[in-house]
Design a protein around this ligand. Structure first.
Ligand code: CO
Length: 153
């Protein structure tokens, strides 16, 4: 089940994960199932009703898990990108995102990592970190339009 806009949990800053236990692993599993079911390319934990700092992202057929993610730095000039969201089905718009982002996070085994991402993955990372901060893309996007079934996050 995906939480659809408007809902308070989508507007709240999520809580850090303090221990990556079985419960957290189950939540990540549920997130992966949900994202695949709805053909998404990214999903934040608050989109399935869990107020936790976790998101997942699709990258070259693999699903990556980011726990307690933080942006370390942005690179390049912001570019206008088309964007949608699983919590706002069928709604798309244009938003400015950085082409490259350095992100720190923990993986499912609690290991601290740092990764440089670019292109679509960089866009997904910025969209999902906004979710974890209680922010939705429609707050900044312009020229919103409606279309069915396309690359939502
Ligand atoms: Co979204």
């Amino acid at each position: 089940m995906i939480i659809i806009y408007p809902d308070k949990i989508l507007e709240q800053k999520t809580e850090p994960v303090t221990e990556i236990n079985q419960e957290i692993k189950e939540i990540v599993k549920e997130m992966k199932k949900t994202m695949m079911k709805f053909n998404g390319v990214g999903l934040a934990a608050n989109q399935i009703g869990k107020n936790l700092s976790i998101f997942i992202a699709e990258n070259n057929g693999q699903i990556l898990t980011f726990i307690n993610p933080e942006i370390v730095s942005f690179k390049g000039e912001k570019q206008i990108m088309e964007e949608g969201c699983l919590s706002l089905p069928g709604i798309f718009g244009y938003i400015k995102r950085y082409p490259e982002v350095v992100i720190s996070y923990q993986d499912l085994w609690g290991k601290k990592k740092k990764k440089t991402v670019e292109g679509l993955l960089a866009q997904i990372v910025q969209h999902e970190i906004d979710h974890l901060n209680g922010k939705l893309f429609i707050e900044e996007a312009t020229d919103l339009f409606k279309i069915e079934n396309k690359n939502e996050k």
